[in-house]
Design a protein around this ligand. Structure first.
Ligand code: ATP
Ligand code: MG
Length: 174
């Protein structure tokens, strides 16, 4: 299915804003800052699977950040590729573990992570989903400062001229 990626990204983030707005005493406070232009970019991806990926990255950003963190959500059009990123002000990831966090069951500092709950599958599944739709996922991070998780997804730029020609009653190849 083709989805409007900016619209769906905003819709998923709305739910995270609602959770914090409707909870009198949330376990953790956070603020979401959005840098998402209203672009009409249609990406071929499954809505529920994409939601699962963003849910996991957002939940990680909250789980591995202290209270009062700002989470920045960005969307950028890079011609035939759309890049979404989520930046937190959390614990960060040690350089040695940056690749491993995408492996099944891998968790940084098992003792610390155990208290947070989780299986260590979230990012492995996210990577599988994004790659199945022709995309890439990666992380940039500084320990003690925070992390940025990015997702690049390919799309075919919509061409109005092509569309006009397609409306013609005949096709040259026939
Ligand atoms: P699950 O997602 O299955 O509930 P999980 O969150 O531990 O469990 P992943 O989402 O795969 O598993 O993340 C793997 C590990 O990467 C985490 O345990 C954590 O150590 C580290 N990690 C992930 N996101 C962040 C983040 N935003 N900041 C710091 N560390 C992170
Ligand atoms: Mg997770």
């Amino acid at each position: 299915e083709y989805i409007n990626i900016a619209e769906l990204f905003n819709y998923i983030l709305d739910r995270f804003d609602m959770i914090i707005a409707n909870d009198d005493k949330p376990e953790k406070y956070y603020t979401i800052k959005r840098m998402i232009p209203k672009l009409q970019i249609w990406v071929e991806i499954d809505t529920s699977k994409f939601t699962q990926v963003i849910d996991n990255i957002m939940n990680n950003a909250i789980k591995y950040s202290p209270d009062g963190g700002v989470i920045t959500a960005r969307l950028e059009d890079r011609d035939s590729e759309v890049v979404l990123s989520i930046t937190d002000q959390g614990l960060g990831i040690p350089k040695a573990n940056m690749k491993q966090i995408f492996d099944r069951f891998f968790r940084v500092d098992k003792a610390r992570s155990r208290a947070q709950g989780g299986t260590g599958l979230g990012l492995a599944i996210s990577k599988e989903i994004i790659e199945r739709f022709g995309g890439r996922v990666w992380v940039e991070s500084t320990e003690g400062e925070g992390s940025t998780f990015s997702i690049a997804l390919p799309y075919e730029p919509y061409d109005e001229l092509d569309d006009e020609w397609d409306d013609g009653a005949w096709d040259e190849e026939e």
